[in-house]
Design a protein around this ligand. Structure first.
Ligand SMILES: NC(=O)c1ccc[n+]([C@@H]2O[C@H](COP(=O)([O-])OP(=O)(O)OC[C@H]3O[C@@H](n4cnc5c(N)ncnc54)[C@H](OP(=O)(O)O)[C@@H]3O)[C@@H](O)[C@H]2O)c1
Length: 246
């Protein structure tokens, strides 16, 4: 039976690029999406045109019943990429409502809790598997308006390390990929020319990231030579983290 990879939120952006990359590495890819069926089908079409195989599966990964159906569609599972974008409210604490804050933090955790639990059960049967959680540099870095986003991603990373601790006994690895600013729909509202220029100045490579930059690292961690690497975090930030004072 062919190897199967499930990528949540794979209709657009980083998830779509990761789906294409994993398909190119020989995985049958489950292209999960929430609403945009046409986008998910376009990802599947692109994979098939390139000689790979994939299928779109609709599920809101925050909903346990829908996640049950999503995992049932997988048959076997070698790779899980938890990527679905729970859109954050960007505002300072002074104007943030509890409802918006809690919606992001709880949504982020719900989007990984149910799918991780069921995916791990499936992976444990074969005593192998790799899980990648897509976090953000905002889990550690401080920037204006990111109080909900940063808190949610920091919680996601704590969750991921605990899962790594539980999964290791079954030969399953669990790692975090943490991107900086990526040119996707999710960041479109924040991408003024000034903001892009400032991001570029603060990165060693002098540019924002493309979804393919992140997808290449996700695929390497999920399907490359990272056999004995677990519980770690790889920042994909074009060197953003090494500059102070620009
Ligand atoms: N873009 C950045 O600058 C950046 C930086 C750091 C980290 N990240 C992280 O990277 C991940 C992907 O972000 P992106 O920028 O690629 O997002 P994006 O372009 O907005 O795409 C989001 C994808 O997630 C899906 N999705 C949203 N809610 C979902 C749900 N509840 N269940 C299932 N799928 C859902 C969407 O499906 P539909 O299209 O069907 O709604 C879509 O396919 C996120 O975890 C984000 O936090 C992004």
């Amino acid at each position: 039976m062919e190897k199967v990879a499930l990528v949540t939120g794979a209709g657009r952006g980083i998830g779509a690029a990761a789906a294409r990359e994993l398909a190119a590495r020989g995985y049958h890819v489950i292209v999960n999406y929430r609403r945009d069926e046409a986008a998910a089908k376009a990802v599947v079409d692109a994979i098939e045109e390139a000689g790979g195989t994939a299928e779109p599966v609709r599920a809101d990964v925050r909903e346990p019943r829908q996640v049950e159906d999503l995992i049932a569609a997988c048959r076997r599972l070698d790779v899980l990429v938890c990527n679905a974008n729970i859109q954050p409210p960007f505002a300072p604490l002074a104007t943030m409502t509890w409802e918006d804050f809690a919606g992001k933090v709880m949504g982020e955790l719900a989007a990984v809790f149910h799918v991780s639990k069921l995916a791990l059960a499936l992976m444990r049967e074969r005593r192998q598997g790799r899980i990648v959680y897509v976090s953000s540099v905002s889990a550690e870095a401080v920037r204006p308006g990111a109080v909900a986003h940063g808190t949610a991603k920091a919680a996601l990373e704590a969750f991921a390390r605990q899962v790594a601790g539980e999964a290791g006994a079954y030969g399953i690895t669990v790692n975090i990929v943490a991107p900086g600013g990526v040119r996707t729909d999710a960041s479109a509202g924040l991408r003024t020319p000034e903001a892009e220029a400032a991001l570029g100045r603060r990165s060693v490579l002098g540019r924002m990231l493309e979804p393919e930059d992140v997808a290449a690292v996700i695929a390497a961690v999920a399907a490359g030579g990272f056999h004995a690497v677990t519980g770690t975090r790889v920042a994909v930030d074009a060197g953003h983290g090494v500059i102070i004072g620009r």
